[in-house]
Design a protein around this ligand. Structure first.
Ligand SMILES: NC(=O)C1=CN([C@@H]2O[C@H](COP(=O)(O)OP(=O)(O)OC[C@H]3O[C@@H](n4cnc5c(N)ncnc54)[C@H](O)[C@@H]3O)[C@@H](O)[C@H]2O)C=CC1
Ligand SMILES: CC(=O)C(=O)O
Length: 321
């Protein structure tokens, strides 16, 4: 692999050096977006092993990779990515993880916030929307500086599925999934487009049928993708790692790219709650100034999604329930 130009002076800390954390570190290393990548895990032996291995890959890039001695190593980080926590077993939903991972966040987030008060927190641990809101509460950071990877993952899968169905490059499909990164997610059919045309117009112009049943199957495969992967290999890691790099990039480059990420706001009159809508990303965080004209069904879906995330958050906050 050719050596690339020097990366900017950007330190990224990854809390959780498991499957998602390490795949993200590797993807970040090759992206050349960071000058320093620090892995922090309670299992320091594992983190050390991963760092030695990654350092050999770093030979082909420029970033330094090292193990954190403790939370004090979050100081000066541009972004702290949180991937620590338990993952789903086959058949479990993301919301099934809420109590365990909420407790973990109660110990992790205040320590990160104390040592890196100006950082941007990027949450991947599931259930990501609930934990994005928990991270915002526990850190006291402004809402734009606490971002969940949210439905950026589902949006990527949706575009992939639509691209396959219509036989076009997913980059030329404009379509988003909003709401929960989970079972109540909402595909925004009313705005989905290819080459600037809404799907029905595209089909009419291309002389192909708009197949409602096939579109339902696309939505189902998008919603069920993680279950299918976990059933076969026990975890997902490559997709989310690429999505996390896709969120880091506009923050580091300060380029106002629009990405569907999770953050706290009021949605359809429900909230404050964290869920995903298209946001503008730059070096001050995720900004909700992207208007989205939803139809009535999508708005109702968003309201229900917001309510189910809030319900899960309340159950995690109240261990007796
Ligand atoms: N947002 C998304 O799209 C995706 C989210 N995930 C989520 O990411 C999380 C991690 O998944 P994996 O990496 O597969 O799990 P893993 O089990 O491979 O790694 C978790 C790591 O967290 C560490 N850890 C546990 N408690 C810690 C603490 N208090 N401080 C620091 N480190 C701690 C563990 O030692 C372990 O290395 C899960 O919640 C999973 O559901 C996974 C894939 C996609
Ligand atoms: C596990 C998970 O959240 C995902 O791959 O979408």
């Amino acid at each position: 692999m050719p050596l690339q130009s020097e990366p900017p002076n950007v330190k990224i800390v990854i809390v959780g050096a498991g499957s998602v954390g390490v795949t993200t570190a590797y993807a970040l290393l090759l992206s050349n977006l960071a000058s320093e990548i620090v892995l922090l895990d309670i299992d320091t032996t594992r983190a050390e092993g991963e760092v030695i291995d990654l350092s050999h890959a770093a030979h082909f890039a420029h970033a330094k990779v090292r193990v954190a001695r403790g939370y004090e190593d979050c100081a000066g980080a541009t972004i702290v990515i949180i991937t620590a926590g338990v993952n789903q077993k086959p058949g479990q939903t993301r919301l099934d993880l809420v109590k365990t991972n909420y407790r973990l966040f109660e110990s992790v987030v205040p320590q990160v916030a104390r040592h890196a008060p100006d950082t941007i927190l990027l949450v991947a641990t599931n259930p990501v929307d609930v934990l994005t809101q928990a991270a915002q509460d526990l850190s006291g950071f402004p809402t734009e500086r606490v971002i969940g990877s949210g439905t950026a993952m589902d949006t990527t899968r949706f575009r992939h599925e639509l691209g396959r169905h219509y036989r076009v490059n997913p980059r030329n499909v404009h379509a988003v999934i909003i709401g929960e990164h989970g079972d109540s997610q909402i595909p925004v059919w009313s705005l989905a487009s290819i080459a600037g045309m809404r799907l029905r117009d595209y089909c009419r112009q291309a002389g192909v049928e708009y197949d409602e049943a096939a579109m339902d199957a696309v939505a189902q495969r998008t919603r069920g993708a993680a279950y299918e992967i976990i059933k076969r290999k026990g975890k997902t890691n490559y997709g989310v790692a690429s999505v996390l790099v896709g969120i880091v990039e506009p923050i580091v480059k300060n380029n106002d790219a629009i990405v569907t990420v999770s953050r706290v706001g009021i949605y359809e009159g429900v909230g404050p709650v964290a869920l995903s809508m298209p946001c503008k990303l730059n070096n001050s965080g995720a900004h909700m100034d992207v208007p989205l004209m939803l139809d009535d069904v999508e708005r109702e879906g968003l309201r229900k999604s917001a309510e189910s995330i809030l319900e899960a958050l309340n159950s995690a906050r109240n261990p007796e329930s």
